[in-house]
Structures are given as C-alpha cells and as structure tokens.
Design a protein around this ligand. Structure first.
Ligand code: BES
Ligand code: ZN
Length: 652
C-alpha cells in the first residue's frame, strides 16, 4: 500500500542546502547537477522507514567516528543537517541496535529524544524534539553514539580472515535497510543526503568510503591512530554510504578508474579489471555523463556477502570475480550501470527495486555488448532468462510481480530473479517494439530528467508514457506496460533471447545428460565460462528436487574429466556442486566443504545449503557440520539467511 504523501519540499530550502554544501557536482571532475536535482520531490510512503520527510528531513550527514577493533565498535558523532516545515518540533530517524549516548543542538544544548518500540526488521524510531522551526531554516543536531559488535551492516574480520593474515578488517554493507545499524539517520532510499566523514583507525590501516577521499595518506590522530576524511557532494540515499578499513593498497588503471585491495591481491585485481575504463566510456556513450568523478573498485575479503555493491565512486566486490581470465567482469558492468540506474535514479521504496536492478541488468548487458560484442551479451541474456524461467516456476505467483507487496516483510524478500531478470526482459521488450534508437533516446532522457531523484513504478509509467509512448494508442497496446509492472508471470509479448553458442552447448548437454554419453565428448576446453555455466545448469524437464538423473559412474566421469575438483571459477564450481548435492554424490563433499568455508557470498552459500537441506538424511548432517565451521567467517547478511534454514550451531 503506497499512500501518497503530499508534502513538498520547497525548492528554496533545497537550494539553500545545496549552497551550504559547496557546489554539488561542481568540482572539476564532475559534471554539474542537472536541473531536475532541485525540483520539488513528491515523497512516496516507505513502509521500511519510520521517517516522515514531509515534516522534517536530513540533508547532510557528517560523521566523526573511531574504529575500535578490540571492542568491534564505531563510536563518535553523527552531525545531521536538517530542514523542516515551519512549526515542526520533531524529527524521526531510523536506528537499529545503536547505543545512543546524547543528542544536542549545534551549541551543545541537550535535546530530548525517545527511542520507540523495536521492530525486528526495521529497528526503532528515534524521535528528537527541538524548538519550532521557522520557514527556510536549516539546523544541525549532534548525535553521540556507538555501534554494537553485532551491527548487521558491519563485519569485523580477524587478521586470519584476510589475505594478508596480519591486520584486522572492517567493512559495511548498507543495502537495503542496514545503514541504520551504523548511522542514525533517515534510512529510506527516497531521502537523499550529502555526507562527509572523518574516520579514525589504527596506524597500520587505511579507510576508504563511497566518497571523495580528501586525505590519501591520513592525518595523525593521537597515539597509534590516524584519520581519513571524505566527502560526497552528490546527494545519495543512505544505503549507499559505505566504509571499509583494512590493510589496503591502490593501483590506478587509466585516468579515472583503479582498484583497492589487500597488497598481496593487488596485481591479480589490477590485471582482471584492466578494461573497466572502457566500460565507463561505453556506459557514458550509451546513457550520458558519469556523474561521480572516479570509478574505483574495492575487492573485499571472501566473506563479502554479495557479488558486488554499487557504492558510489567505489564499487565493493567479492574476490570470487577475480577469476584470472576476466570471465566474470559482467559483474563490474552491472555495478557500474548502477551509477545511473539506482544511484542517480533511485527506487523510492524497496517494493520498486526492479527500477534499480531491472534497469541495471538491462544496462549491464548493453555495456557488455559494447565492450565484448553481441555474442557474449546474448549468452549472458540467456543465462539470466533461464534463471528467470526456473524462478517463475517455483515462486508464489504474487511475488512474480515487479512491483511487489512487502507489507510486513524484510525488503530482502524481494531480492530474487524477478526485479533483475523480469525487469531486464521488460526493457528488452520495449526496446524491440520501439526500436533501439528511440529506446536509447528515451532511456538517456529518463536518467537526465530524473537524476538524483526517487522513482516509483507509477512515476516510471508516467515518464515512459509522456516521453516514449506519447499517446500512440497502438503502441500502448503492444507494450502492455501495466501488465509487466503489476501482474504476475510474463506478459505475452515477452520473447526469449537466443544465443547460437549456447544452442551448441545444449546439444552437448543433451548428449551427456540425457543420452548418457561420455564426458570426454564434451568440448569443455574450448568453452567460455558462460558456456560452461550453461552446460552445468542443464536439467531434464519435469525434474523433481532430489531425483537422481545421473548414475554415480557418470558423475565420477564428469568430475574427473572436467577436473572439477580443481575448478577455480566460482560460478562454474557452483554449477557443479548443485548437481553433486542433488545426487548425494559423496566424493564432492570435500570440494563443497572447501567452497562453503572459503567464501561467504550469499548467492552461492544459500542455494547450496538449501539443496543440502532438501536432501534430508544425507544432506542435513553435512549441512550442520559444515555450517558450524563456516558460520564464524560469514557476514551477518549471509549467516542471518542460513540461520533461518539450518539453525544456529550450538555454542555460537
Ligand atoms: N545492489 C545489488 C546488491 C544488493 C541488492 C544488496 C539488494 C542488498 C540488497 C548489487 O548491484 C547486485 O545486484 N549484486 C549482484 C551481482 C549482479 C551481477 C547481479 C550480486 O551480489 O550477486
Ligand atoms: Zn544490482
């Protein structure tokens, strides 16, 4: 239920804030903000935030935090710039599991505050009371606080959990509603905020953020510590505020791209991502200027729970994409594409995450096509389409709507193939019907018109009708826009992508899996990673979970002929392990155990534990045993999901 709220922010108040923060985007390395950025915003009610931005809202967050690895806490202050309607006497912030110590105004006078009832998903409203606001006024409130050791956004790694083994490490993951576990602010994607930060860390470590770094070498800050300063002058939704602290090194690659990672991983990472500059150029050529200055990558330790996270200026990525042969770089194309779809034009609530992820999956593929050619792009489309087909078969119909009802649910529940792959299939359908040229003109305009603004499904429909359909009734009928956005399943105008390369793989897969041919007949060594993934995703039609479809000698033939015990590519290994578990193939258990204890990417970990769990007497004891070893190394995002399935191991 999206009850539209009418509160409009006056353009005057917003321009005052923009002026106070310096010239957002006006620095030499950033194009100026488009006119759209200062137009009034119509807030859509976000059921995952307690904030009431139409009454009082945060404009800027200034953090001054110290990272203490001994107590696993960040502590210090968050100074919030706020604006409010005339007469307003309160602001409501989102917090979860924070230790709030004091709140004052700029002069240090204490302000009364109340923490409301705890909701397990949303956390608590933090209501701060102050003297009534006057028209056009902007004020600061200073919150002294500390995070808790089990803050869901943060993972504190011991030295043993890093590549170097000598220094601890800390990183944050804010999306969807976890920023409130480390920053007390209005944590809704529709409430954009500029930010700045001073982060104090032990001398041996460096801090990086999703922002411009003002002090590359740090500044002395007391015994054994130094601090790093940052600023983000573009207003961003709070889920994009991100921090990492560790023994980090940087290698630049071209004029505006580069990679951060631990020193021992730097050469491999630099080589893997040498084509990222070309991707940024390709993206700009498609849909307009890159508005964030630099585009760097941070390759995290293996427990990073996602493949990638589009933190502005600094994509966070799993080390499992460093495959050694650039075969998984579409993940970078994806996170880069978010610099437009998501970071410029942002889903106003998590029910519309398809506006972030579907547009990004479409755009990712266009970048891949520009840089690596149509054949590779088509293979990636087919892999995504096939994932979508299996999700459509297994998911409850109501959840196959792009605009999804998340009432009473965690926004993570909406994170599946629907927003990504149904969203991308939708945009490809529109592209095919109107033609690529007209489509690209519209999409480039959509990013420009809506830059730095929240977007709902309803607003999207208005934009596409106004700027692309333009009253053409026949076109409106052919597109089936409402059907795509609001109905379950796939509308009748959806068309499956075809890749001739993968059709050849299908022939080989049928020969091996269905006709029980020898593994030596599989042309494995001539195949790309995408062809290998496709081969391993082959399933007989009508297969029930737990049904054996390959006899053990054939599995052994596959495992040894394709050298799957030594496979280094995480996507390929994942494909094989899914087959192995479905067959209760005991010889693969050591490989499975190594995979599940050496990385913590939820996309790999969750399906494998789910498959093990489905294998009852055989799989559950294995899952329980492996999870007891793996869990201490997982990020809360991953362990939270596995806990719900396997249970928390005793003593943890
Ligand atoms: N923004 C997402 C990750 C995300 C979404 C985190 C929602 C938390 C809540 C990111 O861009 C993403 O989609 N990552 C994918 C990789 C991509 C290539 C599909 C992932 O992590 O697997
Ligand atoms: Zn994404």
């Amino acid at each position: 239920m999206n009850r539209k709220l009418t509160g409009l922010v006056s353009a005057l108040a917003l321009s005052a804030v923009l002026a106070a923060c310096g010239q957002p985007g006006g620095k030499s390395d950033m194009p100026p903000l488009p006119a759209s950025a200062t137009a009034p915003i119509q807030y859509v009610r976000d059921i995952h935030s307690f904030a009431r931005p139409e009454i009082a809202r945060v404009r800027n967050v200034d953090l001054d935090l110290t990272a203490d690895f001994a107590t696993k806490t960040l502590s210090g202050t968050a100074t919030l710039d706020i604006t409010a309607e005339p007469g307003a006497t309160q602001i409501i912030l989102d917090v979860r599991n924070l230790d709030i110590r004091a709140i004052t105004d700029e002069a240090g006078t204490a302000l009364p505050f109340v923490l409301g009832a705890v909701d397990p998903v949303m956390g608590q409203p933090l209501t701060v009371t102050f003297p009534a606001f006057k028209a056009g006024e902007q004020r600061k409130i200073v919150i002294r606080y500390a995070t808790r050791p089990d803050a869901a956004a943060l993972q504190w790694l011991t030295p043993a959990q890093t590549a170097g083994g000598q220094q601890p490490y800390l990183f944050s993951q804010g999306q969807a509603i976890l920023t409130r576990t480390w920053i007390p602010t209005q944590d809704s994607p529709g409430i954009r905020q500029t930010y700045s930060a001073k982060i104090t860390v032990p001398d041996a470590l460096k801090a990086v953020m999703s922002a411009e770094m003002l002090t590359p070498d740090g500044k002395a800050a007391g015994t054994g510590q130094h601090s790093f300063s940052f600023r983000m002058t573009n207003p961003v939704p709070p889920y994009l505020i991100a921090l990492a602290v560790g023994d980090l090194a940087f290698a630049s690659e071209g004029s505006r791209t580069g990679v951060w990672t631990e020193p021992s991983r730097l050469d491999a990472a630099k080589a893997e991502f040498s084509e990222v500059g070309q991707m940024v150029d390709a993206a700009e050529a498609l849909y307009g200027p890159y508005r964030w200055g630099r585009y760097d990558l941070l390759i995290l330790p293996p427990s990073f729970p996602f493949g990638g996270m589009e933190n502005p200026r600094l994509t966070f990525a799993t080390p499992t994409v460093v495959a050694g042969d650039k075969s998984l770089v579409s993940l970078v194309a994806h996170e880069l594409a978010h610099s437009w779809s998501g970071n410029l034009v942002t889903n106003s609530t998590w029910s519309d995450i398809w506006l972030n992820e579907g547009f990004t999956t479409y755009f990712e593929n266009r970048i891949m096509e520009s840089v690596y050619g149509r054949d590779r792009a088509l293979m990636l489309q087919v892999l995504g389409w096939n994932d979508l087909q299996s999700s459509l078969k297994t998911m409850p119909a109501a959840d196959t709507r792009m605009h999804v009802d998340l009432t009473g649910r965690d926004p993570d529940d909406g994170l599946n193939d629907i927003p990504y792959e149904k969203g991308a299939a939708f945009l490809r359908t529109v592209e095919r019907i109107v033609g690529r040229d007209a489509f690209d003109v519209w999409l480039k305009g959509y990013f420009e018109r809506n830059a730095f603004r929240p977007m709902s499904s309803a607003q999207f429909l208005t934009d596409i009708r106004t700027h692309l359909v333009k009253g053409d009734a026949a076109l409106e009928t052919r597109l089936q826009l409402d059907n795509w956005v609001y109905q379950p399943g796939l509308p009748s105008n959806a068309i499956a992508p075809v890749s001739t390369a993968l059709t050849t793989v299908d022939t080989a897969a049928k020969a091996f899996f269905a006709d029980k041919g020898p593994a030596s007949a599989i042309p494995w060594s001539g195949w790309s990673t995408q062809e290998r993934q496709h081969f391993l995703a082959w399933r007989p039609t009508g297969l029930r979970a737990g049904t054996d479809w390959l006899p053990p000698p054939q599995l052994a033939d596959l495992e040894s002929t394709l050298k799957l015990r030594d496979e280094g590519n995480a996507e390929v290994l994942f494909g094989w392990l899914q087959i192995a578990v479905a067959h209760r193939y005991q010889p693969a258990v050591p490989t499975l155990e190594h995979f599940l204890t050496s990385q913590g990417r939820r996309k790999f970990v969750m399906p494998l534990f789910t498959s093990l769990w489905a294998e009852g007497d055989w799989g559950r004891p294995i899952a329980t045993r492996i999870y007891a070893r793996a869990r201490p190394g997982y990020h809360p995002v991953t362990s939270g999901s596995v806990d719900a399935l396997v249970g928390v191991p005793t003593g943890q």
